[in-house]
Design a protein around this ligand. Structure first.
Ligand SMILES: Nc1ncnc2c1ncn2[C@@H]1O[C@H](COP(=O)(O)OP(=O)(O)OP(=O)(O)O)[C@@H](O)[C@H]1O
Length: 474
């Protein structure tokens, strides 16, 4: 279903915080101490010494863990997230970190998809947010999604992703440039089209990554850019910024190469805009429509020779020539904020990027029709021949594609919750077998569990109905 997304689920026997824990050699499968049950006096002195050493180490480890817990509890008494912070800290303790290094080799893909995580900002630190993103390797990241069961037990759902590169919070713009935009520069001198764009939640660092300090003409263009205030960024870009470098011979209209650097507007969800004014909501809808169209175009780029749905939005009309031609190369940088308040957005961004990667991997068809060289006239706005019927059909297709995505997400949610429901229902059922169980507590817990699963399934049913209706009218 999601080849790049591997999800860990808590098993009944795993610790509550979801942290992998190694079984001691002195424990049986139920975690009981085997050594204390044996008559150790019958062992040789050397072996007895080893056992004693191992026991001391185990006790010291438990004491250290307890001290850390107590310390966190003391430090974070007013922080509602301290338990999650501790679970993440323990999880990281079990990882071997091999981050990206300056000396690592650069991949030469036609489409590169990478992720950059920014550091927690002052606002997030003040809110005592927890950093829920771990970057164990140069191409991997783990999102620690804080979760709570119906019985209020807290746990982490650790979701693993893999991309071409993952840049952690210590990476600076020079390093990002080396692995993303720089490899594309030679493409434009070889008659190709290069496109590098930043995608992500508002406030996640797109402008910081693409714009740098806003010098080279970029400053002039930026002044024209619509900006506004969103819940996550007080100076949010409410429009896409496209900076293009065009190569052509003197006096010729033929474009020999083009480099497009794109800072996309923030990808907020409808829910974030619910309290915004009409203008902001319209902007939000337009932004999302163009992001969807962009994904479709990248998909077409991966399926060489496939129909290019560039008419789906103004953004893709402007970028039309970036998606055609066998020499086109694209780099997508997905930006994520590390705080626990942003976890849903970060997962959305990662799934979008993951989907782009997945589409490229799956859609490899042969290319019989490589378009001719493009002239500036071809792409000037007046000459983009927009047939209303085609445009409508394109929009409908994009709407269906968006609904399909939501349907699949809701289905995934149902599948996960059914598995969780099964485990929790079994535990609850067994608890009622014990003598003197609390009937009221039992009945309420069962009712809550049922409410939860019914709500999830009802939501999924609405999505399924919506999708069927859209397909019927297509
Ligand atoms: N890697 C980073 N290191 C340090 N600060 C960063 C980093 N990324 C972003 N920031 C800071 O975070 C703030 C928000 O970043 P930025 O404006 O680039 O977000 P954005 O994704 O472009 O948001 P929007 O879509 O709303 O325009 C800025 O003050 C920026 O300097």
């Amino acid at each position: 279903m999601f080849p790049y997304l591997i999800e860990e689920r808590e098993s009944k026997n795993s610790p509550k915080n979801g942290t992998p824990r190694r079984k001691s050699l002195e424990e049986d499968n139920d975690g009981n101490d085997l050594v204390s049950r044996l008559d150790t006096n019958s062992f040789s002195p050397r072996y007895q010494k080893l056992i004693a050493k191992s026991r001391d180490e185990r006790r010291q480890r438990h004491a250290d863990e307890k001290a850390l817990r107590d310390q966190l509890l003391h430090l974070e008494q007013n922080n509602p997230y301290w338990e999650f912070a501790q679970m993440i800290c323990e999880f990281r303790g079990g990882l071997e970190f091999r981050p990206l290094r300056e000396s690592d080799s650069v991949i030469e893909n036609q489409i590169t998809v990478c992720v950059r995580k920014r550091p927690l900002n002052d606002k997030e630190i003040k809110r005592r947010e927890v950093d829920v993103i771990s970057v164990p390797a140069k191409n991997q990241l783990v999102v620690h999604e804080p979760k709570q069961k119906v019985d209020l037990t807290k746990y982490l759902e650790n979701q693993h992703f893999r991309f071409d590169y993952v840049f952690d919070e210590s990476c600076n713009n020079d390093l990002i440039y080396k692995f993303t935009a720089r490899p594309l520069v030679k493409t434009i001198f070889e008659g190709g089209m290069a496109t590098c764009f930043a995608y992500g939640q508002t406030g996640s660092g797109k402008t910081h990554t693409m714009g740098g300090e806003f010098k080279e003409l970029i400053q002039k263009g930026s002044v024209e850019r619509t900006s506004g205030q969103t819940s996550a960024n007080s100076n949010s870009s409410r429009s896409h910024a496209v900076f293009q470098i065009i190569l052509r011979k003197n006096g010729s209209k033929t474009i020999d190469g083009k480099f497009s650097l794109i800072d996309l507007a923030g990808n907020e969800r409808g829910a974030d805009n619910s309290k915004s004014n009409r203008q902001t909501r319209i902007e939000g809808a337009d932004i999302n429509k163009s992001l969807l169209a962009l994904k479709e175009c990248i998909r077409a780029l991966g399926r060489k020779g496939a129909h290019l749905p560039f008419r789906g939005s103004k953004l893709t009309q402007v970028l039309r020539d970036s998606f055609i031609g066998e020499k086109s190369r694209t780099c997508m940088i997905a930006l994520i904020s590390p705080g626990n308040f942003s976890v849903d957005h970060s997962l959305n961004t990662l799934r979008y990027a993951d989907r782009v990667k997945e589409l490229i991997a799956n859609d490899n068809l042969d290319n019989d029709e490589i378009p001719n060289a493009i002239t500036e006239d071809d792409i000037s706005e007046e000459n983009v021949d927009i047939d209303e019927e085609v445009l409508k059909a394109e929009e409908k297709r994009l709407q269906i594609s968006s609904l399909e995505w939501e349907l699949r997400e809701s289905q995934r949610h149902v599948i996960q919750s059914c598995v969780n429901f099964h485990d929790m229902a079994c535990d609850l059922y067994n608890s009622a077998e014990e003598n003197g169980y609390d009937q009221q507590h039992y009945a309420k817990k069962w009712r809550n569990l049922l409410h939860e699963i019914v709500d999830i399934q009802r939501g999924a049913l609405l999505k399924a109905n919506e999708f069927c209706t859209a397909l019927d009218g297509h």
